[in-house]
Ligand binder design. Structure first.
Ligand code: 5RP
Length: 234
């Protein structure tokens, strides 16, 4: 594989699937790195007879599972997962994550919370010392559509910074609508000291469904590097 970023994603995804997946129910995150994790899962099912039921975090994840011929499950039938594997937009050294670049943060956080182990896979561009060093688009906040302006104002009043309603496509003709039928605000924060407090404060605002800060959830992260190695953080 020529592209160093794609190669890095693939390395991280393959290693995480090899190290953490055994027979059982698996949560499948969303995004471009997860594509490689599903590819590796399908290989292991075929080659080793691995028996997994895959619970998707999004429409994209569901399609991936189906396309690879994997067994599809849902949280109603399987509310307890062995492991969830997912990408991230940024991870600091404590494995505090920003997620939701693809707008799937709510279901991703649910799957992460239902798993015995939540494992992150990413390329080298996602690893930072402090959040905001790598991901410049802010923290995604999923909101009930009718409340987007009031949430916007309340976030600024309570926490400062600036929010933007995420628009779809190059023409920005309308807001991005999530798999849950909601909108996304991207909040560009300033001077945050305590991510746990921010995560809770955001979710206390009426109209907020969930936010893309994942604090204290990830057990381990695999970052594919440009030199072909994989950096592990836990
Ligand atoms: C989607 C997500 C993704 O996991 C995140 O955006 C990373 O995506 P990619 O693997 O394409 O870099 O949170 O809501």
């Amino acid at each position: 594989m020529e592209n160093p970023v794609e190669n890095a994603k693939r390395l991280a995804a393959f290693k995480a699937v090899d190290n953490h997946v055994v027979n059982g129910v698996i949560g499948i995150g969303s995004g471009s790195t997860v594509v490689y994790a599903v590819e590796r899962l399908a290989q292991r099912v075929k080659e080793e007879g691995l028996e997994v039921i895959c619970v998707p975090s999004s429409f994209q994840a569901k399609q991936l599972i189906i396309q690879h011929g994997l067994r599809l499950g849902d949280l109603e039938m399987h509310p307890e997962l062995k492991v969830t594997i997912d990408g991230a937009d940024e991870s600091d050294k404590q494995l505090t994550l920003i997620k939701g670049g693809g707008g799937c943060l709510t279901q991703e956080k649910i799957l992460a919370s239902c798993a015995e182990e939540f494992i992150v896979i990413a390329d080298y561009r996602k690893a930072s010392d402090n959040l905001g060093q790598q991901w410049s688009k802010g923290i995604p906040v999923e909101v009930i559509p009718s409340a987007y302006r009031s949430v916007y104002q309340r976030i600024e009043k309570a926490l400062g910074g600036k929010s933007e309603l995420r628009m779809s496509g190059a023409s920005k003709a309308g807001p991005v609508v999530t798999d849950n039928g909601n909108f996304i605000l991207d909040w560009n924060f300033e001077g945050v000291k305590n991510w746990r407090e921010v995560e809770i404060s955001l979710n206390m605002i009426p109209g907020v469904v969930e936010n893309g800060l994942f604090v204290g959830m990830a057990r381990k992260a695999y970052f594919g590097m440009s030199d072909g190695s994989v950096m592990e953080r836990e």
